[in-house]
Every structure is written in structure tokens, then in C-alpha cells.
Design a protein around this ligand. Structure first.
Ligand code: SF4
Length: 255
């Protein structure tokens, strides 16, 4: 198996994304929200918690709390009780109150639209900021790297890094900016539906001819190898290589 050149890697990434786009044409953020504030709250709550559980809790939460001041003025104990079915709820409730107090005091109660302002809020890191910017505002500032994106990045031979920022930069160097948001949705959807952490469904995987981590029988491997996928060399690609641009095939999610 030959070493994968930069050009080969670029081509393979494009093919992966094309296949994921056709596999998941409806891919979108699976957190329920109606406005930027609700997405910010839902994303803070989603750390180490499933989107499904967050959606169960926010169904009631978003009926009770409508504005940043509602959260900012809430009693600590009251807000804790309202999110108690989420893991790490005490810390998350504390961060939500503090973040919303900052929104009221510094941003007129609105969610800011820049990465710098967002990451200055309590409980908001680069991942949460990217989720809000990409999905609530349609601003392509970065690539959301969660556990699924990190796992897929390693298995696909894109990045063996464990630092989410390094993984994010790697994808940003390989994929056109107008696909940064939808890229993370495709990878997250694939990670949830096909390429699970413990038992990847390589036999049914739509992108297996392009994946160096594909598992299966010797015959299956031989068949897939006919696609002549070269051995990837993670981190070999230099940022700034030109890529074919196309329109964002996904949609900016609402609910
Ligand atoms: S071939 Fe297997 S390891 Fe590779 S992306 Fe598909 S499910 Fe994951």
C-alpha cells in the first residue's frame, strides 16, 4: 500500500464528505432550540450528556425561562432543580446563571456573535461557541469537535491528535469553510448511527472503501482494497491546500 500524498488525502476527504452528504442529506444539530439563547443553554447542558436527554429537560425548561434575565434572576436552587435530570447539573446551572448575567450586563441580553465574546462566558468553550455560531447564526467559525468527530478523525486517518483544537485545525485545513458546520454534523451522525465507539458497523458502512480502519473478513478487505485507498499519513497535509468548493448541502437547523 503506497503512502498517501497530500493530493490523495485531499481527494479522499472530498470523497468521504460526498458520501456522507448523500448518506445524511438531512443532517443537522439534534439539540432542540428556537433561538440562539436556547441553543446556548442546550449546548452548555449537553456536555457529557446525550442530546436526547437534554431535549427532554429543555422541553420544560424553555417554557419556563424565555430570556437571559430569566436565567440570570433565577435562584441557584431553583435552576438546579429545573436541570437536575442532567449530569453535572449543579455546575451547569451555575454556569448558565453566570453566563446569562454576563449576557444581560454586557450584551443587552443577546447572545454575541463572535468566538471571543462567546468563550468569555462561563461554561462556554470553543466547541460550544462553534455550535452556537454555526447553527444559530450560520457563521462558519470552526469545526465542532466532540467525541464522535474525534473518534472518526482518528479512524479515518485524518488526525491522531487527542487535542480537539488540533483536530479542528486539521479539518479546517482540509475542508472549505462553507462546509465546516455541516461537516461536523455528518461526522456526528455517522458516529452515532454507524461508527460507534465500541462496535463500528464496518460491514454496513457507506464510507468503508475510504477508511483505513475498516474491519472485516479477509475477503471483505480484499474487495474494499480494490478501491486502492493509499495509506494515510495523518498530519502530513499542509494547511491552505486548495479544495473544490461547493454549496452547503445541509441545512441550518431550527428545531
Ligand atoms: S469503515 Fe468502520 S471504522 Fe471506518 S468509518 Fe466505517 S464504521 Fe467507522
Amino acid at each position: 500500500m503506497s503512502r498517501e500524498t497530500k493530493v490523495d488525502l485531499q481527494k479522499r476527504v472530498e470523497e468521504i464528505l460526498d458520501l456522507l452528504a448523500s448518506t445524511y442529506p438531512e443532517a443537522h444539530c439534534e439539540l432542540h432550540f428556537r433561538n440562539p439563547l436556547e441553543l446556548l443553554i442546550a449546548t452548555i447542558l449537553s456536555a457529557q450528556c446525550t442530546d436526547k436527554q437534554v431535549n427532554i429537560v429543555t422541553a420544560d425548561l424553555f417554557q419556563k425561562y424565555r430570556s437571559a434575565s430569566d436565567y440570570a434572576d433565577a435562584s441557584p436552587e431553583g435552576l438546579e432543580q429545573d436541570v437536575r435530570r442532567i449530569g453535572l447539573y449543579r455546575n451547569k446551572a451555575k454556569n448558565i446563571r453566570a453566563a446569562c448575567q454576563a449576557l444581560v450586563e454586557q450584551h443587552g441580553g443577546e447572545v454575541p456573535r463572535t468566538l471571543t465574546e462567546l468563550v468569555a462566558l462561563d461554561g462556554v468553550g470553543r466547541k460550544t461557541a462553534n455550535v452556537v455560531l454555526g447553527n444559530a447564526f450560520g457563521i462558519e467559525e470552526g469545526v465542532v469537535v466532540d467525541t464522535h468527530v474525534a473518534r472518526l478523525s482518528a479512524r479515518l486517518g485524518i488526525s491522531s491528535e487527542t487535542d480537539p483544537v488540533k483536530i479542528e485545525k486539521r479539518w479546517m485545513s482540509l475542508v472549505p469553510r462553507d462546509r465546516w458546520s455541516i461537516l461536523s454534523h455528518w461526522l456526528i451522525w455517522h458516529g452515532r448511527r454507524r461508527c460507534g465507539a465500541r462496535k463500528p458497523d464496518c460491514a454496513g458502512c457507506e464510507i468503508r472503501p475510504l477508511c483505513p480502519s475498516m474491519t472485516g473478513s479477509a475477503d471483505e478487505r480484499k474487495t474494499v482494497a480494490q478501491a486502492s485507498i493509499p495509506k494515510p499519513t495523518p498530519e502530513s497535509h499542509e494547511p491552505g491546500q486548495p479544495t473544490r468548493r461547493r454549496s452547503n448541502a445541509g441545512r441550518v437547523p431550527g428545531i
